[in-house]
Design a protein around this ligand. Structure first.
Ligand SMILES: *[C@@H]1O[C@H](CO)[C@@H](O)[C@H](O)[C@H]1NC(C)=O
Length: 365
């Protein structure tokens, strides 16, 4: 349970610290207590004595699915309870979850005053406050996007003071290493961003790569992450991958120059609305034939991010190599078995073979 507490209000718009409290007993010691003094007449005159504002969230993180909805809980109330409603403002903002340094600026998601609210940027039309009870300022986000993941701050503003809690939004998904068809270490930061996007994914955050490492991802090629660092996850330390003296972990080159330095990419993909399937076809296909065959099946050749999501989140398991949209050939294995690659589950890759060679194809529809 996260709790914020309103500290004393200084004079503003009818809110005045009561400096001399001859007739009123109240306690300043913990700094929470304040009095609000109206204009001294009966209209709107409110005295608060020993009132605190508490902002709380019962959940510090929420996990959600792309395309779905998420509710980020946030409630406020006053102690003791007030009988006259107060004009509070609520602001939700977003920042990347990774502990990036310097701390990234927060961007506004929504601001609400009374019944009125306004949302910003890519959140416009997709966010609202739940308001299931008085003080319920939980944020509802619909049509979740991959890059909605991050740290959301719910800030309740009363007069000049504000209190807030943060709630992490995690997207369920899968991290995969990706390199260019031109070879290893070919992407600068911008090219890596573009490459992930073209595979229906985004650059992974550090938290996402770390979670993938915890689940066993071991990859000895450094890739860009969303925060502009280049890192790689090692579960079995060995020479050439940071050496055997280093404990298992995510190895980091730290922040790198976004244009001059080149690495691979770690992309993050989440569940897709449609389905990914191995196309039933009487013959094997070259790349152009594969594209035509998927479109004749009312689909398109699947992207790498879609294949990984189908493997990881929908259990797609198929021991047949197939073309993907970027010209790579891969197949997804959930239950490792003889003649289907190494003894662990994974998406097997044949790299980028010449496009006249013949394989099956994975379509997306
Ligand atoms: C694939 O085969 C077709 C004939 O079916 C041919 O016209 C096309 O050029 C081939 N594509 C590639 C990339 O080799």
């Amino acid at each position: 349970m996260l709790v914020g507490v309103l500290r004393p209000l200084l004079a503003a718009c009818g809110l005045v610290m009561l400096r001399v409290a001859s007739a009123v007993h109240f306690n300043y010691n913990n700094g929470f207590y304040y009095q609000e003094v109206g204009d001294g007449n009966s209209n709107g005159e409110i005295y608060f004595n020993g009132v605190r504002l508490l902002v709380e969230s019962p959940q510090s993180s929420v996990s959600a699915t792309r395309g779905g909805s998420a509710i980020l809980p946030c409630h406020f109330h006053y102690e003791p309870e007030l009988n006259a409603p107060r004009r509070t403002r609520v602001k939700w903002s977003w920042a990347p979850a990774a502990a990036a340094r310097p701390a990234p600026a927060e961007t506004e998601v929504m601001v609400a005053v009374g019944d009125r609210h306004r949302s910003y940027g890519g959140y416009r039309g997709r966010v609202r406050l739940r308001r299931s009870a008085p003080g319920d300022m939980s944020l509802v986000i619909d049509e979740l996007r991959l890059n909605d993941a991050g740290r959301y701050r719910c800030e309740v503003i009363d007069g000049l003071e504000d209190e807030s809690v943060t709630v992490e939004l995690e997207m369920r998904g899968v991290v995969f290493p990706y390199h260019s068809d031109k070879g290893r270490y070919h992407f600068n930061f911008l090219a890596a961003q573009r490459a992930c996007r073209e595979q229906d994914a985004t650059l992974a955050t550090f938290d996402q790569l770390f979670a993938a490492w915890e689940e066993g991802l071991d990859w000895c090629n450094a890739g860009w992450l969303a925060d502009g660092t280049a890192q790689y996850p090692i579960t079995a330390p060995r020479a050439g991958c940071g050496g055997t003296d280093l404990a298992p972990g995510v190895r980091s080159y730290g922040p790198r120059h976004p244009l001059l330095h080149r690495f691979d990419a770690f992309c993050f993909s989440a569940s897709v609305k449609g389905s990914v399937y191995f196309l039933q076809h009487p013959t094997k296909l070259n790349f152009t034939e594969a594209a035509r065959a998927c479109s004749e099946d009312s689909g398109a050749v699947a992207k790498v991010g879609q294949l990984y999501a189908a493997w990881r989140l929908a259990g797609l398991d198929r021991c047949d190599a197939g073309w993907l949209a970027d010209g790579s050939v891969r197949y997804p294995i959930v239950k490792a078995r003889a003649n289907c690659g190494p003894p662990e589950p994974g998406v097997r890759t044949f790299g980028f073979p010449p496009r006249h060679q013949k394989f099956g194809v994975y379509c997306y529809r």
